[in-house]
Design a protein around this ligand. Structure first.
Ligand SMILES: Cc1ncc(COP(=O)(O)O)c(C=O)c1O
Length: 341
């Protein structure tokens, strides 16, 4: 089986496992784990932030960002197609008591004018808008990299209106490698930034949230409250440090594999995809209704030896990652073309 369901399916390499085995550890809830501290300091530094907190998942990082920067009854602006809206189990309502207000725009992005239109005026009728979240790269937007000028404009509007901003950078590494924009610049355009080590970077577990001291201190308290305080987590942080050292720049290979797959799929009758829109490692395509829907297509491709995910009635997602070589992705393209012929 060539598994293209997600970049989360990667397994730690032998070198990563060695780094984990050799990690110096302590009780991180007491602040005693030197490897976790090293990762947090490095992560904060990469994004030009004062502090960072290590967490088990991207979902927890996003939810801590929301909880730490809002009060119950506040409103949070997010693109309607974003991960916090679709895939975090209703957590903004359940954990932070906030309402979400949806921004719209092409492929997971929106502009300063959307922020201007959606931020509530100061009036007791409204829940105050406390936070704008952006997702880069955008998952359901097909791995879209936010144009940097657009991100700057959104940031300026948030500053003008006095609204904080969070960047869900689960795949910010991919955005950085694809665009050449530095992580520090991305960090400078937001109050908090989260990123995952467990996706394209190939670590088994782990994400982090960076921001100013006060916000991260609050996030640390809520991490404990939400059950995310970990003990000898240095074994996990060591995998993340190894990933930072060895697995960031190589993401360009995953992007090239994704583009090659998109080019191949574009030649399959009944498949709709614009390869020019495949900027990073996520390949979304539409299948003609005559195939019987995305679930049927996924089952057919799975039976032929390629695992992909159904993401809508006729929408399918394939993801390239560390654990599939270029020739395997090429083979997957041929298998998919044959299975859909
Ligand atoms: C954009 C984005 N944000 C957040 C997450 C959440 O990460 P986790 O699965 O570690 O909770 C994901 C997971 O796929 C994601 O794609």
């Amino acid at each position: 089986m060539i598994d293209l369901r997600s970049d989360t399916i990667t397994r730690p390499s032998a070198a990563m496992r060695r780094a984990m085995a050799e990690a110096e550890v302590g009780d991180d809830v007491f602040g005693d784990d030197p490897t976790v501290r090293r990762l947090e300091e490095r992560f904060a530094g990469l994004f030009g932030k004062a502090a960072a907190v290590f967490v088990p998942s991207g979902t927890m990082a996003n939810q801590l960002a929301i909880r730490a920067q809002t009060e119950p009854g506040d409103e949070v602006i997010a693109h309607a197609e974003s991960h916090v809206v679709h895939y975090e189990s209703g957590a903004p309502a359940a954990l932070s008591g906030v309402t979400l207000r949806f921004a719209d725009g092409p492929r997971g992005t929106f502009g300063a004018e959307a922020v201007r239109a959606l931020v509530r005026p100061r009036d007791t009728h409204y829940g105050p808008t406390a936070l704008v979240t952006v997702e880069n790269t955008h998952n359901r937007g097909g791995g879209r990299v936010w144009p940097i000028e657009q991100l700057r404009a959104v940031r300026e509007e948030c500053l003008r209106l006095g609204v904080r901003m969070h960047l869900d950078g689960a795949r910010i590494w991919n955005a950085h490698v694809a665009s050449g924009v530095s992580l520090a610049e991305y960090g400078s355009l937001t109050d908090t930034v989260s990123a995952c080590f467990s996706k394209g970077l190939g670590a088994p577990v782990g994400s982090a949230l960076a921001g100013d001291e006060r916000t991260i201190a609050r996030a640390r308290r809520f991490r404990k409250m939400f059950g995310g305080g970990m003990r000898q987590a240095g074994v996990l942080a060591a995998a993340c440090l190894h990933a930072l050292d060895h697995h960031v720049e190589r993401l360009a290979e995953d992007h090239a594999k994704a583009r090659a797959l998109a080019d191949r799929l574009a030649r399959v009758p009944g498949v709709t995809i614009d390869p020019a829109q495949v900027e990073t490692n996520l390949v979304y395509f539409e299948v003609d209704p005559r195939f019987g829907g995305a679930d049927t297509v996924c089952a057919r491709l799975g039976a032929a030896g390629v695992a992909v995910l159904s993401e809508g009635p006729h929408r399918v997602r394939a993801v390239t990652h560390l654990d599939v070589a270029a020739d395997e992705v090429e083979r997957a393209g041929e298998v998919m073309a044959r299975a859909l012929a």
